[in-house]
Design a protein around this ligand. Structure first.
Ligand code: ARG
Length: 575
């Protein structure tokens, strides 16, 4: 079906009018159509001002010409020209009614899939083996998963890959430690952080152990079978732990998406050869390096991307070079996206520069989707009392416990449903707190704020949804495309909001900015509650009005469920 985006519809008509009136070509995205904040006006077009300047004509005259040539076909009233040359659009009631009614029969709520699907390799979560995941990995997992869902819904093909830190020098000491002290019984290694730290302590204090560890790295990298088996044990143990967190969080990554650093090991040699053959490398202190243009430290020295260390080993950067080449050349990705904390911004900028120089990014979009830190109440990067970075699993348990207290306050639900609801609310709150702010900014983690029932929180949205569902349960079933009538301003405001879903999704998807969807869902819930205050639904004056208002409630509920779902957040029917 035809997309319902109102701004697109207006943009198309304005662009056509400009073509006819002034013989100027404008792309519809540049038509500067925006939701109006003025009372009684739905949308405005701000193009006449810049266009007037460009053509050397008074903007009001340009605006008048646009109006004279507009073909509106019943979409809107002929716009009024305001101020310096704004066009103020008021949509026709009948057109709006017909558009909103049509949403009822559409699974996608009027949001058309993209006409230009891409094949997008998306690196997210990417924790390190033999270390517990911490809140830093929470953000990558939650933001990355929301982006994956948004891109898929938009009609793109997503190739998720979990770039596990499962290779490199620390594995020498970890394997030696595991061989020295095999874990007792079936319970496995247990606390991975403690295990890692014990190995580290031994490495730092015991010279013989350190030597054995270094030899073990060589064995690992040369493919020694016994070594690989122990290494695999460590990887499996960690993967079990990661999967547990993903399951708790509702993250869609599976074992099939694991492409750890070790996966790229066989490709590393070729990568160096190719960069050398291209004349891109230099020897620096015995290491093979590429110095991409434009990267310097404060002293003005050029910064290297180390491709092969002087001992012949490969590091993080080399693996990322192989990763980029693999997904573009072997897997045909048109986009490379990396959801990784902002401190790695320079690494990715240098990586992309080298890949571009090597010709691996021709026609490929590469982007680092950075994010800020999670801060504790003291404004510092969040830590537990022992001074370690907070463990993710503990944090999530805590979220569910806290949420149980919130939902228990006024609930007639049975024990099972109560537990499921507490989980949806608690996990939802943690995820929403992570998603609802601009991702590049740090944010402060506070239970009270994230579990608040008022304001832009998932709890507010979940309650709004459950309240609507309880109205709908009383209303009874009605046809999917029950006709919507828009007599009252509050009905009209809700209809306009519902028709903006596609715009909100597009903004959230193209900017990898889930917070734009959060803001939209919050506005939708607030607009619904105003409508509900002003317009009786079940007790509407006529059967037609009741049907229409129930239909508006249905569409609001469906928008909240679909929107929250794209953020990876559940919306229980009852709260
Ligand atoms: N394992 C890394 C870390 O915990 C993140 C990896 C991100 N992905 C990548 N391709 N470099 O910091």
């Amino acid at each position: 079906m035809q997309a319902t985006e109102v701004s697109e519809e207006l943009a198309r008509r304005v662009v056509d009018a400009i073509g006819r009136a002034l013989d100027v070509e404008i792309a519809p995205e540049d038509a500067l159509i925006a939701v109006s904040t003025r009372e009684g006006v739905d949308y405005q077009c701000n193009l006449a001002m810049s266009l007037g300047k460009r053509l050397g004509r008074p903007p009001r005259e340009v605006a008048g010409l646009i109006v004279a040539h507009l073909e509106l076909d019943g979409v809107a009233e002929p716009p009024e020209v305001a101020g310096p040359g704004f066009l103020n659009f008021v949509l026709r009631k009948e057109w709006l009614e017909q558009r909103v009614t049509a949403l009822g029969g559409d699974d996608r709520l009027g949001v058309a899939p993209t006409a230009a699907p891409r094949r997008i390799a998306l690196d997210y979560s990417s924790p390190n083996v033999a270390k517990e995941m911490h809140v830093g990995h929470l953000r990558s997992s939650v933001i990355g998963d929301a982006i994956a869902r948004l891109l898929r819904f938009a009609g793109h093909e997503v190739l998720p890959h979990n770039h596990l830190g499962d290779w490199g020098t620390p594995f020498g000491m970890l394997i030696e430690h595991l061989l020295d002290e095999p874990p007792a019984g079936r319970s496995g290694i247990g606390d991975l952080n403690a295990f890692y730290q014990a190995a580290r302590r031994k490495f730092d204090s015991d010279e013989a152990f350190a030597t054995r560890s270094r030899e073990r790295v060589v064995k690992l990298q040369s493919g020694d079978a016994e070594t690989l088996a122990v290494w695999q044990e460590l990887v499996d143990e960690s993967t079990r732990h990661f999967n547990e967190v993903y399951r708790l969080l509702g993250i869609t990554l599976t074992d099939a998406d694991v492409y750890g650093e070790s996966f790229y090991n066989p490709y590393l040699g070729k990568v160096v050869d190719e960069l050398e053959a291209d004349g891109l490398t230099e020897l620096s202190d015995g290491a093979v390096c590429v110095f991409p243009q434009g990267f310097h430290n404060r002293e003005g020295d050029r910064l290297p991307l180390i491709v092969r260390k002087r001992d012949g080993g490969y590091g993080y950067a080399a693996t990322d070079l192989a990763t980029a080449k693999y997904w573009t050349t072997e897997r045909g990705a048109t986009d490379l996206l990396y959801v990784v904390g902002t401190p790695q911004a320079q690494h990715f900028a240098m990586l992309f520069a080298v890949c571009r120089a090597a010709g691996w990014l021709d026609g490929v979009r590469a982007e680092h989707i950075g994010f800020g830190s999670v801060l504790g109440a003291d404004g510092k990067v969040m830590r537990t009392r022992a001074g370690e970075t907070t463990k993710l699993a503990d944090l999530l348990e805590e979220a569910v416990t806290q949420a149980a207290a919130v939902v228990a306050e006024r609930s007639e639900l049975g024990a099972d449903e109560q537990r499921a609801v507490a989980r949806a609310v608690g996990i939802g709150a943690v995820k929403y707190a992570d998603l609802s702010g601009d991702r590049e900014r740090d944010y402060v983690f506070t239970w009270d704020r994230m579990l608040a029932k008022e304001g832009n929180t998932s709890v507010y949205l979940q309650y709004a949804h459950a309240r609507i569902e309880s109205i709908l349960a009383k209303a009874g079933a009605q046809p999917a495309e029950a006709p919507v009538l828009l007599g009252e301003p509050a009905e009209r405001a809700l209809a306009l909001t519902l028709l903006r879903f596609g715009e909100a999704l597009r903004a959230a998807t193209s900017g990898y900015a889930p917070h734009k969807l959060c803001t939209y869902l919050y506005e939708t819930a607030v607009t619904f509650s105003r409508f509900y205050e002003q317009c009786p639904v079940l007790a509407a004056a006529t059967p037609e009005l009741r049907t229409s208002r129930v239909q508006l409630a249905t569409l609001t509920s469906r928008t909240l469920v679909l929107g929250l779902g794209l953020l990876g957040i559940e919306a229980p029917r009852r709260l």
